[in-house]
Design a protein around this ligand. Structure first.
Ligand SMILES: [Zn+2]
Length: 230
């Protein structure tokens, strides 16, 4: 009996240790602002895009709100003027890798962190040179994450960011459907995932005014990622 109890205690300790350890890095992936205030951060991935980024910027300007753009370095090299515009209009710029690699396809798991870290460094250097900002936030392509990769990015001094929910805009739902999805899920501290590049974003742009107006009606304020994570 005593022996059984001892085994149980040892097992429980092992489970707890494992849990605590896995939490070390999970805690450094941020998916939501800690605020209880009615704040929401719009985030746009995969740009800048020649077609869609200017349209997103026009809507944001119309409503006088700021958002955060997770840019791919490769796109930055194609459209540097758009990067400058995003920055000069007061939006936040964050890092979404250089070439948008699919790390799930890298068979050697031990290399994934290094591959991603190199892309992140390259993109941050480009942005620093272009607009004199050093992004503090990183979001992984395809939401890839594993403990070593998150650590590799954290070691560069960047915060690994996910999202609270999306309106699945990559599936191109009707704009009204996206507004409904947003309304049903909105909570204080929401980090909303959307896209301004990487595909046809016509519906995303059409949904934006409805998303903004419905949140404002509920008393929400739109802020940048940096503000919502303060
Ligand atoms: Zn992406």
């Amino acid at each position: 009996m005593k022996k059984a109890l001892l085994v149980l205690i040892v097992l429980l300790c092992a489970v707890n240790a494992g849990y605590a350890q896995s939490n070390i890095y999970v805690g450094k992936v941020v998916g939501k602002g800690k605020t209880s205030g009615k704040m929401v951060a719009l985030t746009f991935d995969d740009g800048p895009s020649k077609t869609y980024t200017p349209q997103v910027l026009a809507v944001l300007k119309k409503y006088n709100i700021k958002a955060t753009f997770f840019m791919c370095g490769e796109q930055v090299t194609y459209y540097p003027e758009l990067v400058k515009q995003v920055s000069s209009e007061g939006h936040e710029i964050a890092n979404h890798s250089f070439s948008h690699p699919n790390l799930y396809k890298y068979k050697d798991k031990s290399k994934r962190g290094a591959v991603l870290a190199a892309e992140v460094v390259k993109t941050n250097a480009l942005l620093e040179k272009l607009v004199m900002i050093k992004p503090a936030y990183f979001r992984a392509p395809y939401n890839y994450r594993d403990t070593e990769t998150v650590k590799a990015i954290n070691d560069l001094g960047l915060i690994y960011v996910g999202w609270t929910f999306s309106v699945r805009d990559w599936e191109k739902p009707a704009p009204e459907a996206m507004v409904n999805m947003f309304n049903q899920n909105l909570i204080p501290g929401t980090i909303l995932l959307m896209h301004d590049g990487g595909g046809n974003r016509t519906n995303t742009i059409a949904a934006l005014p409805g998303i903004i107006e419905s949140a404002q009606k509920k008393g929400y304020r739109f802020v940048t990622l940096g503000e919502i994570l303060k």
